[in-house]
Design a protein around this ligand. Structure first.
Ligand code: PLP
Length: 398
């Protein structure tokens, strides 16, 4: 239902309706199919399904109706032909790389990516003979000069976490096309509710569904979206064989998450904007990193590329690490955790958590100072979020 009618319906309608295939039971909400395999009506049907001559469910490692509903809904929202769901966001990145790359291939990646993705590239893919060059996200010239004849893939997250730098997806897409590489965008922070990279020229979208797609901190999952050839055949073929599949239960949770995605991303963006503006006026704060602020160096690009600025804010305190830890330790309800994209607001000190494994020099190069605090804004009342942070600012003054 709705899957092929992308142009006919608004995004918010598709987020609620796309991908549903009602069964003969006439259910309103999507059913969960917790079954490992499916039965055939005859030996001939089994043979036809296995031969790929007849479409149909075989085995839940690669064909499950609940997982398919989630895949179809997310593909529709991103404007892609195909989607493959995976057991985690990391499994989505691994499946993309192992299905599309081979030994001797080269990746150019933004250096401002999720820490675990960096380890995957630097350690595990490197072992297989796939090398990665890291470049500053927003410097097109650096991307260009890092390209080699064997470069197959450009990889990035935009906005970056935690500093909210923005990449020009259109420009990078031109670069990728000119060099016959694939442009892969991890769309975790904006989700298709705020940014649709395929429409801007990206080839493949990665999701950690664990974050905003669920949005309520319940399940681990991931997805890859793109065209029929690269994703529908190559990535799907890898998933079917290697097996990092999404469970039907998790797919159902993510389907329900997508139904409220638009509302949540709008509310979170609104609150984050108010919080960023408030932080900017605080005497204890020396700098705020949020693309929704007109003072952000790439504000104009963010306005062009995104329909909202998302929920991640980073800010620096004048009092260094002591002040940063004081703010974090003074909150009453905001969760001290490195996770993000939850209905519950979270707070973290990147220098000693997410970026703690980097050397001092690497941290400095990444712009992660000891005075930096990151907040992932949730769905609580903005006045309560401000009051919770206010306690920390008052404690610094003492
Ligand atoms: C969390 C995250 C991932 C990894 O997702 P998991 O579901 O935790 O495996 C990948 N990319 C980004 C940007 C993330 O924030």
């Amino acid at each position: 239902m709705f899957t092929n009618d992308q142009d006919e319906y608004e995004f918010a309608t598709l987020a609620v309706r796309a991908g549903q295939q009602r069964t003969g039971e006439r259910e309103q909400s999507e059913p969960i199919f917790p079954t490992s395999s499916f039965v055939f009506t005859s030996a001939a049907q089994a043979a036809a399904c296995f031969a790929g001559e007849e479409a149909g469910n075989i085995y839940s490692r690669f064909t499950n109706p609940t997982v398919r509903a989630f895949e179809n809904r997310l593909a529709t929202l991103e404007g892609g032909e195909s989607c493959v769901a995976t057991s985690s966001g990391m499994a989505a990145i691994l499946a993309t790389c192992l299905s599309l790359l081979k030994s001797g291939d080269h990746i150019v990646s933004s250096k401002d990516i999720f820490g675990t993705t960096r380890v995957l590239f630097n350690k595990y893919l490197a072992r297989l003979g796939i090398e990665t060059t890291f470049v500053p996200l927003a410097q097109l010239a650096a991307w260009e000069s890092a390209l080699r004849p064997n470069t197959r893939l450009l990889f990035l997250e935009t906005p970056s976490n935690p500093l909210n730098e923005i990449a020009d997806i259109g420009q990078l897409s031109n670069l990728a096309q000119a060099h016959q590489c694939l442009l892969v965008v991890d769309n975790c922070f904006c989700t298709p509710a705020l940014q649709r990279p395929l429409k801007l020229g990206a080839d493949i979208i990665i999701h950690s569904a664990t974050k905003y797609l669920d949005g309520q901190g319940r399940c681990i999952g991931g997805a890859i979206v793109g065209d029929r050839q690269w994703v529908g055949e190559e990535v799907f073929g890898f998933l079917r064989t290697a097996g990092p599949s999404m469970s039907p239960f998790n797919a159902w949770v993510f389907l329900k998450g997508l139904e409220t995605l638009v509302l949540r991303m709008e509310a979170i963006s609104q609150s984050a904007q108010l919080l960023a503006e408030w932080l900017k006026e605080r005497p204890e704060v020396s700098k705020v990193y949020y693309a929704g602020l007109p003072s952000h160096p790439q504000h104009a690009l963010a306005v062009r590329q995104q329909s909202g600025f998302g929920g991640l804010i980073a800010f620096e305190l004048k009092g260094g690490k002591t002040a940063a830890w004081t703010v974090i330790d003074s909150v009453k309800f905001i969760s001290i955790t490195a996770n993000l994209g939850d209905s519950k607001t979270t707070i973290a000190h990147p220098a000693t958590t997410t970026h703690g494994r980097l050397t001092t020099e690497e941290r400095a190069a990444a712009g992660i100072s000891d005075s930096l605090v990151r907040v992932s804004v949730g769905l609580e009342a903005i006045e309560d979020i401000k009051r919770d942070l206010q306690r920390g600012f008052e404690a610094i003054a003492k």
